[in-house]
Design a binder for this molecule. Sequence first.
Ligand code: HEM
Length: 478
Amino acid sequence: MNILFLLSLLLFPIFYLLIWRKRLPLKRLPPGSLGMPVIGQRLGFLWAMRANTPEKWISDRAKKYGPISKMSLFGKPTVLVHGQAANKLVFTSDGSTMSHRQTESMMRILGDRCLLELMGQDHTRVRKALASFLKPDSLKNYVGKMEEEMRLHLQMHWQGKQKVTVLPLMKTLTFNIICSLLFGVERGPRRDSFVRYFQQMMGGMWSIPVNLPFTRFNRSLKASAEVQRMWKQLINEKRIELENGASSHQDLITCLLSIHGEDDQESMSEDEIIHNLILIMVAGHDTSSILITFIIRILANDPSIRAAVLTEQEEIKRSKSSGELLTWEDLAKMKYTWRVAMETLRMIPPVFGGFRKTLEDIDYEGYRIPKGWQIFWATCMTHLDDNIFPEPSKFDPARFENPASIPPYCYIPFGGGPRICPGYEFAKIETLVTIHYLVTQFTWRLCCNDNSYRRDPTPVPNQGLPIQIVSKEGSAAI
Ligand code: HEM
């Protein structure tokens, strides 16, 4: 008896130790430091963004700490995860383990009923409504309308000019396309007011959320309130148009107003419509404009890529009579041009990464990510991984000839899973139409010797990318 008792006393700590050792790693926080209170790693990260070295900043951390590490960003304890498995974890998590996370300024400016704030069934319902207009089947009817905006844009801003600055012009173009196609707001005083308030609103999107009369954030909130007021008025007008027999396919707003639930009520509340219109304005304009700008830059820098894009676009142009509009089928033929766009998105993604918030403790790679922490994902960690994309710093559109060769959750410029960008097709059409017109009607070269760009937080080329342009003689009248 005594021997058994002594044995159990001896074995108990060993068993305990074994179980404890097995459980311990799951309870450990990831390696890394949370840095100084409040400041954390914010300054280092923002500095790296400005200096256009965030990829190095992140990969240095990855080398030092491995696949998961902790830090503090924007005042919140944060875990950086990276790699294929980490992307899968972030993008496939259901709304019960992680929610979207945006900065407080963004949340207050965009509104609390926009997709980024919604979860579960609300998220699914609102996404479904937006997708009913943004899906290819619906968008293919609007290629001509997009093209009309493009033609007007060239007449106003490119024809007769010798020098243009690309980024601001592409922002104007994509804003006008969204106003016309999605909101049904044509050129005129109303669109001009939208532009003015929108620019003020964007000014405070990344500012510190201090709402005092002299702050950027305050100006932004006021502009957001003004934009919301204008939309309320527009929505009322659209309701009357619909009652008078207007088509529900006129634009995104009429489409959303026409979706009814089982109780025959409008499926989206007015706040949901307004907050999501603001989100689309922000998400759809600051991304496509950057993609198109950097394609224009690569076409200036690389004559062989420019020649291949031109050959593809000239062939499509030759197949059309003068003034004939592009069709959905024409866009489907622009395969090489879209591969150039995809490679541009791989190397210079407009969205660098994003945040999620954990809604419960999550165990990953033997560490615990506590409830309420931020998870930070970054595109560059797979986009620039030479095991996934050999010679990652080489611009090579041929990588996308066989999309099946790219492992899942590794190419993520549009995110993934249930929150994947619903504007993918819209962005694709905009980009292809724009590049078609530009390469078939103009040649250009960069004015600025300095080819660099910074992140603000989206990539911004030096001086906005000024170029010298020459209109091609004999190009069809626009
Ligand atoms: C080149 C162009 C674009 C890029 C690179 C891009 C990228 C992204 C990414 C990475 C996300 C996911 C963010 C996350 O998971 O945290 C996203 C979401 C979103 N994008 Fe885009 N986007 C583009 C164009 C557009 C356009 C044209 C629209 C609208 C017409 C749009 C509307 C949205 C919306 C509403 C969401 C939120 C989706 C949700 O939370 O369910 N985007 N986009």
